[in-house]
Design a protein around this ligand. Structure first.
Ligand code: SIN
Length: 291
């Protein structure tokens, strides 16, 4: 590793551990994710529990809460503590407009989210975060894990020279890309937006790399060839550095809350022809600011 990479990892991993009084927090890796215990989402959380969950969310970016036997109402009530609920787009034909059902059947040729992305980055105001509650993972616990990548660290592990260039650029995110030639569902208004390529986290102020292969189409300040080459380098960085990643293995009742601003995720479809079922509630975010 280069010295700047070692320095970035050292800064991140030598932070003093936060003390919690009302919840348990056990990191998944030194750089991303934590299992949170002592929380029952069928009940209203105390103000202190909520403040500690929020602090853990900003520190670890991906929170895993096990054994949550919750209804969609409990799910939405917990989510609403962190922001405004984000309507599902396109709206479900029937069912709750804020609850996206995540369904894999033996007939599924692919699953939603099977590739690195963050939710809603083509929107002018991308999602703050998502909460996925898996009720039925693949039978026998066989596969269907979700991978996450820390995009703060993805930025910090780049060379200072490249970071300096990226700080000055923007990128266009196009909702059409995610369909990869498949028909766009009726009623879906395809979003397209330009965001800074390096964003400051709205709550912590920490910089992060804000491009993903599902939605990011072009860096408008560069030629088409340069843009393609640079985006490919950045996408590879995210996908091919396990150092940035954590992995969540689902069990019935696991709820995971991730920060769409600074984390990408990848649903793994390695369990065909088994089934998987869950519900996702997402939160609205605000406009993103650069350096
Ligand atoms: C998603 O992309 O939100 C789905 C994640 C998953 O099914 O694990």
């Amino acid at each position: 590793m280069e010295q700047y990479e070692l320095d970035a990892l050292k800064r991140l991993t030598t932070r003093p551990a936060r003390e919690y009084r009302t919840i348990g927090v056990v990191p998944l890796t030194p750089v991303l994710g934590a299992e949170v215990s002592g929380v029952d989402l069928t009940q209203e959380l105390s103000a202190e529990q909520l403040a500690e969950v929020k602090a853990a969310f900003l520190d670890h970016h991906v929170l895993v809460l096990r054994d949550q036997d919750i209804s969609p109402e409990d799910h939405k009530r917990f989510a609403a503590h962190f922001g405004e609920l984000r309507p599902v787009n396109p709206p479900p034909v029937d069912g709750d407009p804020y609850v996206l059902e995540i369904v894999t059947t033996p007939e599924s040729a692919n699953v939603a989210g099977n590739g690195w992305h963050a939710d809603g980055t083509a929107d002018a105001e991308p999602s703050l975060g998502s909460m996925l509650h898996i009720l039925r993972p693949p039978e026998g616990g066989s596969g269907g894990d979700t991978l996450f990548a820390n995009m703060h660290l993805a930025y910090e592990l780049l060379s200072p020279a490249l970071r300096g260039l990226l700080d000055t650029l923007t990128a266009v995110h196009d909702g059409l890309l995610a369909f990869r030639g498949h028909a766009v569902p009726e009623g879906y208004e395809v979003p397209k937006s330009e965001h800074p390529l390096v964003v400051r986290h709205p709550e912590t102020g920490r910089k992060l790399l804000y491009v993903n292969p599902a939605y990011t189409a072009r860096i408008p300040q560069l030629s088409e060839d340069e843009s393609r080459a640079l985006l490919d380098v950045l996408f590879r960085m995210t996908a091919q550095r396990p150092q940035l990643h954590c992995r969540v293995r689902w069990a019935p009742g696991t709820l995971v809350f991730w920060d769409n601003r600074c984390v990408q995720h990848h649903a793994t479809y390695d369990y065909h022809p088994l089934t998987r079922y869950g519900r996702r509630v997402a939160l609205n975010g605000g406009p993103l600011k650069g350096c």
